[in-house]
Design a protein around this ligand. Sequence first.
Ligand code: ADP
Length: 243
Amino acid sequence: MSNPIIRTEDLCKTYDNEGVQTRALCGVSFSVEKGDFVAIMGPSGSGKSTLMQILGFLDRPTGGNYFFEGTNVKNFSDDQLARIRNQKVGFVFQSFNLLPRTPVFENVQLPLLYSEAKWRKEQIRAKVEKALTEVFLEKRMNYLSNQLSGGEKQRAAIARALINQPEIIFADEPTGNLDSKSGLQIMRILQKLNDQGKTIILVTHETYTAQHAKRIIMMKDGALVGDGLVKNRRIAEQEENLK
Ligand code: ADP
């Protein structure tokens, strides 16, 4: 029997700004199995970011239901949601969101400082080293964030997303600010993490990037209008411009 990590039922989100209502999502129902790699595509304004924010517990829906690991998210308090966000979820953004002029080490350790477990210094160092090794960035641990290239910044951001060993990674246009070679390296890392069992949900407007996922969901006007497996999936490690 299937046991999805994510299931939504008629998910809706209407923003209300001083009485002006904008319907950003309406009637979105789908499931994601553990270990899947889903790309969400669609034109600007179609609701992709809103959906990611709800799935990543950064915002709550105004209608419908969201079940995470089988539990209706409505039943979680704000504190419980904050804990899940810290422990189960890793975020990667187009603009990296690193602390400026701050060492890579400090950036990557940040989620550990917000977790309930109290880690010793050596444990933190070992975790940061492991996460940086996953993204081939261990040699840059003591660099300041502004001394990194765009691709390296995104790899540091992925290491930060990995530090609490999340179940699921949400990546919102992670290659949007990168040249094609650096972008492909990011897709290679995401594919490697997915091969290790992490569930990945990626927003992208690039068909080429989406073809590295296992499945593509299409959004339009706040609704889900397509959902299918990727045929002839691209494997970043085998692509010519990575060599
Ligand atoms: P996408 O990520 O596909 O570009 P969004 O989820 O950002 O789409 O936006 C979907 C719709 O919701 C758009 O019409 C957008 O203008 C609107 N929207 C997004 N965020 C807000 C907000 N905070 N307040 C009001 N409207 C919003």
